[in-house]
Design a protein around this ligand. Structure first.
Ligand SMILES: Cc1cc2nc3c(=O)[nH]c(=O)nc-3n(C[C@H](O)[C@H](O)[C@H](O)COP(=O)(O)O)c2cc1C
Length: 358
């Protein structure tokens, strides 16, 4: 039994944010579990000219300040996304601001982009040596000029990133999700690309947009059209939801304001992924995230259209030892269905649907 799995029941007795901070400390001390095995070759995938040893990555919010990238890569993840990082440090919302829904496998958070700012993140990122790192950018709560914030983040952090994310979908920064409107989003994409080209001209540095699972069909269609018009490098589907399904066991906790993640968001975020895959005609690489807790869940995201998969909330309940298990089960699913690679399975559900239709 690993130290991490022994610590898990103890961590669950603590308030979620204290448990998270202790986890970060332990990871910094090198106490995290390490997956020393080689990944099954069926899991290897290449995207944006980068080779991912496996398609399972850490979603934004766990390592907001890029402090434990090496430790998280060592757990066996194929890539790690840090952030959201804002230009200036900010404290976020008053505590308590993270709530567990254990019987639902869910979490509600209203952290509000608490982070140490881009200078601190840059210092931490400069220390890293290997592995694929995505940098997720946010805007400061009090900033009036969102485009300027995303541009500043890009200027500072592009040198350390394998991909950049424009996060316009966290529910805990007032007005942020309104930036998903194409009339706003286009300005952000252009501002980030301008800085990206100035800083990382010689490198192919993809720029992605992360969206909410709460968009209506019209919004999704508009964003997909914009993504195609702009030849966006990728989209992340999805962030947390502000919806509160009636099926939640913890109806008391469900009244807390914030974004709901984990199992309850698996269905809605996977549906949104399917819509975005169809809306972008399978031409734009997608990262599927929301409620993934098993290899089968990851496989479902891939078949729905995801080229890569991320998770966060399942780690709260199962710890990072979950990663090798997810990879094993995903490899089994791919082989069982006759796929020689992850890439072959991306969007497989849609191919089947169109064969049926014709
Ligand atoms: C505590 C917490 C903090 C988060 N912070 C961020 C963030 O700063 N930026 C972001 O883009 N997403 C953030 N997320 C959303 C996750 O990256 C992910 O999109 C969402 O939780 C769904 O995945 P999951 O069900 O595997 O957690 C956060 C999620 C949680 C639970």
């Amino acid at each position: 039994m690993s130290l991490a799995s022994l610590a898990l029941p103890l961590l669950r007795c603590l308030d979620p944010e204290t448990a998270h901070n202790l986890t970060l400390k332990a990871l910094k001390l090198g106490l995290g579990p390490k997956d020393t095995g080689n990944d099954d070759p069926v899991l290897e995938t290449t995207l944006w000219n980068r080779r991912f040893p496996n398609p399972i990555g850490l979603s934004a919010g766990f390592d907001k300040n890029a402090e434990v990238t090496a430790a998280m890569l060592a757990t066996g993840m194929g890539f790690v996304e840090v952030g959201s990082i804002t230009p200036k440090a900010q404290p976020g919302n008053p505590k308590p601001r993270i709530f567990r829904l254990p019987d639902d496998g869910g979490v509600i958070n209203r952290l509000g982009f608490n982070n140490l700012g881009m200078d601190e993140a840059a210092k931490n990122l400069a220390k890293r040596h290997n592995g694929i790192i995505g940098v997720n950018l946010g805007k400061n709560k009090t900033s009036e000029d969102a485009a300027a914030d995303y541009a500043m983040g890009t200027r500072k952090l592009a040198p350390f990133a394998d991909y950049l994310v424009i996060n316009v979908s966290s529910p805990n920064t007032p007005g942020l999700r309104a930036l998903q409107d194409p009339s706003e989003l286009i300005g952000l994409i252009q501002a980030v690309r301008r800085e990206r080209d100035a800083v990382a001209r010689e490198r192919n540095l993809p720029v992605l947009v992360k969206i909410a699972p709460d968009l209506n069909d019209e919004d999704v269609a508009e964003i997909c059209n914009l993504a195609l018009e702009q030849a966006l490098d990728g989209m992340i589907v999805s962030n947390t939801t502000i919806a509160r399904p009636e099926s939640l066991h913890h109806q008391d906790v469900a009244r807390e304001t914030g974004g709901l993640s984990g199992k309850p968001v698996f269905g809605p975020s996977t549906e949104m992924l399917r819509k975005v895959y169809i809306g972008t005609e399978g031409k734009i690489p997608l990262i599927g995230v929301g409620g993934v807790a098993s290899g089968r869940d990851a496989y479902e995201k891939i078949r729905a259209g995801a080229s890569l998969v991320q998770l966060y909330t399942a780690l709260v309940f199962h710890g990072p030892a979950l990663i090798p298990a997810i990879k094993r089960e995903l490899a089994e699913c791919l082989k069982r269905d006759g796929f020689a690679s992850v890439q072959e399975a991306v969007g497989a559900d849609h191919a089947k649907a169109s064969v049926k239709e014709s």
